[in-house]
Design a protein around this ligand. Structure first.
Ligand code: PLP
Length: 449
């Protein structure tokens, strides 16, 4: 007997790089088939999150913002609101950004302290605001009417909450309209350039000592880094204007939102957090001077590339000369890709029934989902080794905004989601259930049976 502690073979390597990702995916997929987590009869669809890759990503985020700045990196819960995922991110040192009573409850269930939660919905009810202020959750006010509502709630109240105003720097949109929140007419925040707003904001801060933060979120996927950094710069400039005109350091913190775009075209993680921080330094040097506390709200970039969704090919056919593979993975787990394929293309990998990568000459194929509408295609005319019934397909980079938020069309059941850790020797995989598969009984219960 020795008292020598064996090192945990599953300790994540913070320096995991994109080079490891394809190998790790195949390893995880093969292990999932071996263990029956994927099974043509019992479990034809499941999603996986490489937890080591997630840990490496969060470590990279923390490294990218070095001192003297006090930074809270709050994960945007809408990107993946599974409670065990949120809990894991909390253990990795993140806070949590929420935007609905449901996400708020999920964040609390995941163990986040109220002081590390940020409440950002544009439609907060009186009850939501009162609860957030009571618990000391940070609140970003979206509009003038919400400010008046908070005024009422603050009467005679003490709160630990950090309270800020979301501004819309109106710097313009990115390549995806629905993801662009800093256009001239976006529904979010108080616009900076519209007549009188900047002065009205200065006055609002002057009259309210408890108003101490500014928030902006320029957009998600599709926004260039310089556009995002421009929006942050306009927000920092407003903070300095307020502090200058009031002659006191009233604005103590800036919440710069999330939105780092994800590369859906390959395994490379690009842009990375350091590149964004470099653009922030160039556009808004005061942000990182140490004069302000900083909050970030990244979602997609934290998880997307560490997840994939795997489903079996049920049938194949040829129609009008086009090869079609009909699989279990469609609109219920890849909603945006199916409804807006130009904006949200996904990489797909082809595997045999053991999970091993399929080789073979690429053939243009439609990869279809199971739903009963013709548009349920996750890829059109995609060159892949010719798929056969019983093969597996994996939809890549789906760790955020995909299987975690399924779409209820056709009463298709929500698949199980598993976390995976790969042992340091690179051979064994340990799985943890993050969400069990929905059963027919669950479905009946939620549909009023
Ligand atoms: C969606 C959203 C985020 C996260 O955006 P990502 O593109 O996932 O990083 C952050 N903040 C706010 C206010 C959001 O609406």
């Amino acid at each position: 007997m020795t008292n020598h502690q064996p090192t945990d073979p599953y300790l994540p390597d913070p320096h995991l790089t994109s080079l490891h990702r394809p190998e790790r995916r195949e390893l995880i997929l093969r292990a999932a088939v071996r263990e029956g987590l994927l099974d043509p009869v019992a479990a034809p669809l499941a999603a996986f999150l490489d937890l080591d890759a997630v840990a490496a990503t969060v470590a990279a985020l923390h490294r990218a913002f070095p001192g003297p700045v006090e930074v809270l990196h709050a994960f945007a819960a809408k990107a993946n609101s599974l409670v065990p995922v949120l809990a894991r991110l909390r253990e990795l040192g993140m806070g949590c950004e929420v935007a609905s009573p449901g996400e708020f409850a999920q964040a609390l269930a995941a163990g986040f302290e109220p002081g590390r939660i940020i409440y950002d919905s544009p439609a907060k009810t009186r009850a939501e605001l009162a609860r957030a202020l009571e618990l000391g959750v940070a609140v970003n006010i979206d509009n003038w009417q919400e400010l008046a509502r908070v005024d009422e709630l603050m009467m005679g109240r003490q709160t630990e909450s950090r309270i800020g105003v979301r501004v819309n720097p109106q710097v313009g949109g990115g390549s995806i309209g629905a993801m662009s929140t800093a256009t001239a007419t976006s529904k979010f925040g108080i616009t900076l350039a519209d007549e009188g707003n900047a002065e009205r904001l200065v006055a609002a801060f002057r009259d309210r000592p408890w108003l101490q933060w500014l928030h902006c979120h320029v957009g998600s996927q599709g926004c260039p880094l310089d556009l995002m950094a421009d929006g942050v710069a306009a927000t920092v400039a407003l903070a300095e204007k307020i502090n200058g005109e009031l002659g006191r350091r009233q604005v103590v913190g800036l919440d710069i939102g999330g939105g780092l775009p994800v590369n859906f075209a390959g395994d490379l993680v690009t842009p990375g957090y350091p590149e964004y921080v470099e653009r922030l330094r160039a556009h808004a040097p005061a942000l990182l001077s140490g004069d302000f506390q900083v909050v970030t709200e990244f979602g997609r970039s934290v998880l997307a590339k560490s997840g994939f969704t795997a489903g079996y090919v049920e049938y194949t056919k040829k129609s009008g000369g086009r090869a079609i593979a009909i699989t279990s993975a469609g609109v219920q787990v890849a909603t945006r890709t199916v409804f807006a394929p130009e904006a949200w293309p996904l990489r797909i990998s082809a595997h045999d029934s053991t999970g091993a990568a399929k080789h073979g000459a690429p053939v243009e194929q439609d990869i279809a989902g199971p739903a009963c509408f013709a548009g349920d295609l996750v890829a059109k005319a995609r060159p892949l080794p010719l798929l056969e019934a019983g093969d597996l397909v994996a939809l890549l980079d789906t760790g955020a905004y995909y299987s975690s938020t399924p779409f209820g069309y056709n009463s298709l059941l929500e698949p199980a989601v598993y976390g995976a850790e790969v042992a340091a020797d690179g051979t064994t995989v340990r799985f943890a259930l993050l969400r069990r598969a929905e059963t027919v009984e669950d479905l009946l219960a939620r549909t009023g049976a």
